[in-house]
Design a protein. Structure first.
Length: 139
C-alpha cells in the first residue's frame, strides 16, 4: 500500500511571533493531521506575542508553548504552499511551489482587542485554504 504525501503549508512573517503562529495553530487545529504545518520568520522574535497567545486561548487553542523559528531554505523546499503574512518577507522561490501573500495587519505591540479581528480573519482564510488543499473526508 503506497502512502500518500500530505499537503504541506509554511506560514511566514518576519518575527514568527503573531500572524504566522496564529495561522499555523488554526491549520494544525482544524486539519486533524491532514496537512503538515510549519511556521517561520526571517528575523524570529524571542517569544510569541503575549496578546496573540491570549487571543488564541480565547478560542480554545493554546500556543503558549510555541517558539518563533527561523525561516530556512529547507522549510520552503519541504512545503507545497508558502504563505507570507503581508509583511514583505522574502522567501526563496522554488518551481512547483504555490506562493500566497495574505495582507494582514501586524499585531506587534497591540492588545488583545486589536488582535481579535486579525485572529478571526486568519481563521477564515485558514478554513478556506483547508477546504481547498485537504477537504474533510479526503483520504
Amino acid at each position: 500500500m503506497s502512502e500518500v504525501a500530505l499537503p504541506s503549508v509554511l506560514f511566514v512573517c518576519v518575527h514568527n511571533a503573531g500572524r504566522s503562529q496564529m495561522a499555523a495553530a488554526f491549520l494544525t487545529h482544524r486539519a486533524s493531521e491532514r496537512v503538515q504545518v510549519r511556521s517561520a520568520g526571517s528575523a524570529p522574535a524571542d517569544a510569541v506575542n503575549p496578546a496573540v497567545v491570549a487571543a488564541m486561548a480565547e478560542v480554545g487553542i493554546d500556543i503558549s508553548a510555541e517558539a518563533p523559528k527561523v525561516l530556512t531554505v529547507e522549510a520552503v523546499q519541504a512545503s507545497d504552499v508558502v504563505i507570507t503574512m503581508g509583511c514583505g518577507d522574502a522567501c526563496p522561490v522554488f518551481p512547483g511551489k504555490r506562493y500566497l501573500d495574505w495582507q494582514l495587519p501586524d499585531p506587534a505591540g497591540q492588545g488583545v482587542e486589536a488582535v481579535r479581528p486579525i485572529r478571526d480573519d486568519i481563521e477564515q482564510r485558514v478554513r478556506g485554504l483547508l477546504d481547498e488543499i485537504a477537504p474533510e473526508g479526503q483520504a
